[in-house]
Design a protein around this ligand. Sequence first.
Ligand code: FAD
Length: 407
Amino acid sequence: VDVAVIGAGHAGLSVSKVLSGFGIEHVVLEGDRIGQGWRDRWDSFCLVTPNWAIDLPDATYEGDDPDGFMPKEDIVTFLEAYAARAGLPVREGLHVDAVSRDEQAFTLSTSDGELRAKVVVICTGAFQSPHVPEGAASLPADLFRVDPSSYGSPDRLPPGGVLVVGSGQTGCQMAEELHESGRRVVLSCGRAPWIPRRSGGRDIVWWLAQSGFLEQPVGALPDPREKLVSNPLTTGHGGGHDLHYRTLQRMGVELAGRFVGADDREIRFEPDLAVSVAGGDERYLRLRGLFDQVAQRTGIEHDLEDPEPFDASGAPETLSLGDISSVVFAGGFRPDYSWLPWPGAFDDMGFPVQVDGRSGVVDGLFFSGVHFLRKRKSAILLGGREDAEVVGAGVAAYLGAGTGSRG
Ligand SMILES: Cc1cc2nc3c(=O)[nH]c(=O)nc-3n(C[C@H](O)[C@H](O)[C@H](O)COP(=O)(O)OP(=O)(O)OC[C@H]3O[C@@H](n4cnc5c(N)ncnc54)[C@H](O)[C@@H]3O)c2cc1C
């Protein structure tokens, strides 16, 4: 084929739609089923972004709940319907095990034999590998361990308390539902920004979009490693509500500083909870500053107050395991392209070295659906159309110009 797209999440399907528009021969190879990334999330998963914030090529949300937050089953249904309606050439159950390149083209070794392609577009997901901190190795062996891909639901953990390590959107959502299920929950916190779910009668994603926050390229960050900072804490559960350190503390979740490790059955934390909360507050105030500009431009006022005082005096530096029987590692995700044979094609954080999705290292290799591929919104449903159009146009230009070989 001219183009092999690997992965049928929203990114792969969006690129396929754009390639179809150009009349470019291609196939989408999906190792499992359409939308597998969403299928694999925990049982109660729903969007944090509202339903209206879906923008794929020729596909937006047209249901009767634009301000709602779809559960994962509905996202999968949406993507399946998208692929079917557009007649996208998806081959499900066809895993790509390896890719190599010679002077002429790529060879893809798949679960159903080999395939040659002039161009490969990697759309295997933005958040592939759950990050587990080094100190995890020091925890007692009898502690039940899960990460977001194996967590499922509170009733799949053994009875007892739970230590959640990591306080991004995922960790906070799990801490909340574990607490609501009646368990003791200790949440080990890092430096995540937070934001109320709604302000001035609008959802916060409206403010984030209007303020240009979601349009920021990586160059706008003070340091590229800021890419790894959590999205602002909030949740779509139960129709959407505030969810951050203060709300969790108020409901009875025990907050601690960063997880260090364990000495036998005693867990150690950094004495940094107050600093982490202050760091999150500082980012909140930066966002509020951006929203001030939106208010000036649109005349729509936000109602964001100064952060309330926070009492970190009870945060433990050591904690005896006691009734804690499980640990959930929710310390964010990292890209994982270790199955590709070009280590030099990825930076020291594991992200592709690319411009507008086109690899700067391997000729004919493209990416889409990558966190900060072009902008902050690149990996979310709101950024699907824009990036797919840019990547698709890049592929069309590449094929039109004929292939060379730099890889
Ligand atoms: C916890 C969490 C919450 C999120 N919440 C939101 C939200 O509220 N709103 C939002 O817009 N975004 C959200 N996102 C981001 C969004 O889910 C991802 O960015 C999005 O799923 C990425 O889409 P994708 O198509 O790039 O990858 P995926 O949806 O992960 O799809 C990749 C596909 O590639 C397939 N694949 C992988 N490797 C191979 C291979 N070697 N061969 C063949 N097939 C392969 C997989 O089976 C999978 O189907 C969230 C992400 C996470 C982790």
